[in-house]
Design a binder for this molecule. Structure first.
Ligand code: GTP
Length: 282
């Protein structure tokens, strides 16, 4: 990847191919979409991951595609708010927060080529995209997936799906978060890595237990047996069976944007995916 990055800094046109020695190099930017429920820590993770990557001598473009965000903890290089005014849309059409988000995203889809062009002009190694938290609006309506596919074009991309430690610390919370993750995966069709966000609020034992739930299904089943009852237990077990059959297990990486923890392991996983492990170069 480092070789590819260096090659891209030459004057070759973007996305062109070049043969160096016997290696065919694809010149691309790497898109990382940060997704998760409202308040799961997307914006702070975007800010901290940018810091970490820049500290590792990589260039990073931060793109915000949440029209409603007010003061994110990073300076965005590309921002959907330059194209749509969430507050004005709310006032002009008499919409509530969710209606205004839907309308803003629908309108911004018309500017997707401009947003991508702005991103391409930055010529960075990585593009971090901070996404809206209202998953039922962003992932399940058409504008979200359109936005994701339009922004990345044919460049390699991954989504980082944040499981909030506050929710994932209980067996049913973890299971339902994983179920939502699969559903989001279906909508965006990207390779996806689950992150246990805000892991600094958990004890080491709690973090280890949650990571093990993702690796050894029987441990989660045992935990569900102890914590859920009646219909909730029946549903949980059926969902667990379905999730284990999907064989999507890439593991959950604990991270803390507050303490800048877990990014070395996350970066290793990004390298693995972007170097072709998940067939990103369609
Ligand atoms: P929305 O844009 O509203 O969906 O929120 P978000 O997912 O972008 O979450 P954000 O980054 O705004 O964080 C939400 C809250 O969690 C804030 O109070 C953050 O300070 C806190 N938070 C985020 N990351 C961490 C973390 O790693 N550790 C701790 N302890 N708190 C965190």
């Amino acid at each position: 990847m480092q070789i590819e990055n260096r090659a891209r800094k030459t004057n070759l046109p973007k996305n062109s191919k070049r043969v160096v020695g016997h290696i065919i190099m694809v010149l691309s930017m790497f898109f990382i979409f940060v997704v998760g429920t409202a308040g799961s820590g997307k914006s702070l993770l975007t800010a901290s991951l940018e810091k970490w990557l820049v500290g590792s001598d990589l260039s990073v473009t931060v793109a915000n595609i949440d029209p409603g965000v007010e003061s994110p903890p990073y300076t965005s290089d590309v921002d959907i708010r330059e194209y749509v005014d969430y507050g004005e849309i709310m006032n002009q059409f008499g919409l509530g927060p969710n209606g205004a988000l839907v309308a803003s995203l629908d309108m911004a889809v018309g500017n997707i080529n401009d947003l991508r062009e702005e991103i391409l002009e930055t010529e960075s190694d990585y593009v971090l995209v901070d996404c809206p938290g209202q998953m039922e609006l962003f992932a399940y309506r058409n504008s979200g997936p359109l936005m994701v596919s339009g922004l990345r074009g044919n460049d390699p991309a991954i989504s980082l799906y944040l499981l909030d430690s506050n929710i994932a610390r209980t067996p049913t919370g973890y299971l339902s978060s994983m179920l939502l993750g699969v559903s989001i995966n279906i909508r965006f069709g990207l390779p996806q890595q689950a992150l246990l966000s805000k892991s600094d609020i958990l004890t080491e034992d709690e973090v280890e237990r949650i990571v093990q739930w993702g690796e050894e299904t029987y441990l989660l089943e045992e935990a569900l047996d102890q914590s859920a009852s009646g219909l909730s237990r029946e549903y949980s077990k059926s969902i667990l069976e379905m999730l284990s059959n999907l064989d999507t297990a890439t593991g959950t990486i604990p991270v803390s944007a507050k303490e800048m923890m877990g990014f070395d392991i996350l970066y290793g996983e990004l390298q693995r995916v972007f170097s072709g492990g998940d067939n990103l170069y369609e």
